[in-house]
Design a protein around this ligand. Structure first.
Ligand SMILES: Nc1nc2c(c(=O)[nH]1)N[C@H]1C(S)=C(S)[C@@H](COP(=O)(O)OP(=O)(O)OC[C@H]3O[C@@H](n4cnc5c(N)ncnc54)[C@H](O)[C@@H]3O)O[C@H]1N2
Ligand code: MOO
Length: 412
């Protein structure tokens, strides 16, 4: 049963929508951007593959020694054989002619195995005497040989569309000699914030737009900064219409909770878009609106900064990933143990800023709250290593309880 759902199976909890249902609604008709490009593989970190990568050759490309040592013929792998030492083959050398039984070759790690050699004896297990190689432990046929294609066979689809490339994938592409890959274009995100108070010179500043721009810098996104919009429905509608012309996603914060100063949903409708306002059983991050305008999806997050971040991490990032052509997963949570218990009002899934203060005997992070939680408080958020997810229906949160933590490092 989704968090916050009633036992009867409906999606509402006190009129609030379970967050996982909201995610499903958001992803329902979100299609990946169609545009793709071919880019140099070494510059492809962070990009999302639009086509499978098919190996043009084998890895390793030939049988190789896995150790510094001596190559033995199959007949010499028996106890008491002491083949005579022949030539030396280093990594990068041609393997040369077939090696007859009774003869060993000196092999360095990565060297091509010549025909006739069945095993490599590590040099630590060998003794050289009078031009012969004595095995302290006779090698087993096949030992210490990396076989051609044991890692990758030519023709295998090694990387799948939808994969976001990291350094490890760049290594594989380089090893395969693949200079270029097909990737999807980054999602064009038009980013804006809303609230006349943030520009009034009274000490209130826009922190959401810089926060989301910084978060998006680590995502497959290209940001167009639309700026801070005042609480003026006509200006908001005009800005949305302009942004929709060049964006895949319009992302905003503020102006969604429904008061007479909250204009985003109405402005989207006035601009000719579709809009739906949702209230989620999530704390913070309760009110939000979503919809579309022309070819652009719209996600309007709440204005309180922690609520904006939680909404972005739980809904915005999965939506962005779907648009980027990636599998849209809810955030991955790390099992963690809470050091101190507390009581809370049940009803909404809650995300609490926590810091890691130690490790349990099982090796799980032990966490504690960073300060009084509040959706407008930035200091406890800045001090946090992660956001601890407390299930909706829990009233008493016991010390030693195990919860999922959304790690913030590298994300936000
Ligand atoms: N009667 C109700 N009032 C409120 C409700 C409700 O359900 N009924 N929900 C509360 C919750 S929960 C949240 S969260 C906020 C969200 O409201 P809005 O999305 O309409 O946001 P605003 O009213 O525009 O702003 C809220 C708060 O955040 C500050 N803010 C806004 N944008 C930024 C920004 N870019 N950077 C920094 N701070 C920002 C703004 O000044 C307000 O203080 O509504 C509650 N109210
Ligand atoms: O989204 Mo609001 O708390 O839930 O700040």
């Amino acid at each position: 049963m989704p968090d916050g759902a009633h036992a009867c199976g409906c999606d509402m909890q006190d009129g609030l929508l379970a967050p996982d249902i909201a995610l499903r609604i958001l992803l329902e008709d979100a299609a990946p951007v169609a545009r793709e490009a071919e880019v140099p593989a070494e510059a492809a970190r962070g990009r999302v593959l639009s086509r499978a990568v098919v190996a043009p050759g084998d890895l390793p490309p030939f049988d190789q020694s896995a150790m510094d040592g001596y190559g033995f013929a199959a007949a010499d792998c028996a106890q008491a054989a002491a083949p005579r030492l022949g030539r030396r083959i280093a990594a990068g050398d041609a393997p040369g002619a077939e090696v007859p039984a009774g003869q060993a070759v000196r092999l360095l790690t990565g060297a091509a195995i010549p025909d006739g050699i069945a095993a490599v004896l590590m040099e630590e297990h060998a003794a050289l005497r009078a031009g012969a190689v004595f095995a302290r432990r006779p090698p087993r046929p096949g030992q210490n040989i990396r076989r051609r294609a044991e890692d990758v066979a030519a023709g295998a689809a090694v990387l799948q569309p939808g994969l976001r490339l990291g350094a490890r994938h760049v290594a594989l592409l380089a090893a395969l000699g693949m200079g270029r890959v097909h990737v999807r274009d980054r999602v064009r995100v038009a980013l804006l914030s809303n609230g006349s108070e943030l520009d009034a010179g009274r000490g209130l500043r826009d922190s959401n737009r810089p926060m989301l721009a910084a978060l998006l810098a680590g995502q497959p996104a290209e940001v167009e900064d639309v700026g801070l919009l005042p609480d003026d429905p006509d200006r908001i509608a005009a800005a949305l219409a302009r942004a929709a012309a060049g964006a895949d996603l319009i992302l905003s914060t503020g102006g969604v909770s429904g008061s007479d100063a909250d204009h985003l949903p109405a402005a989207l409708a006035a601009a000719g878009g579709e809009v739906e306002v949702l209230k989620l059983a999530q704390k913070p991050g309760k009110p939000l609106a979503h919809g579309r305008l022309g070819g652009a999806r719209c996600l309007f997050l709440p204005g309180n900064p922690v609520a904006a971040l939680v909404g972005m991490l739980t809904l915005g990032v999965p939506l962005l990933h779907r648009l980027a052509g990636m599998p849209p997963q809810p955030p991955r949570l790390l099992p963690s143990v809470l050091a101190e218990g507390f009581a809370r009002q049940p009803g909404r899934v809650e995300y609490l800023p926590v810091r890691i203060v130690g490790e349990t005997e099982e090796g799980l992070p032990m966490v504690e709250r960073t300060g009084p939680a509040g959706s407008a408080r930035l200091l406890p958020l800045a001090a946090a290593d992660g956001l601890l997810r407390i299930p909706a229906m829990l009233g008493t949160v016991a010390a030693g309880g195990r919860f999922g933590m959304l790690p913030l490092e590298g994300l936000a």
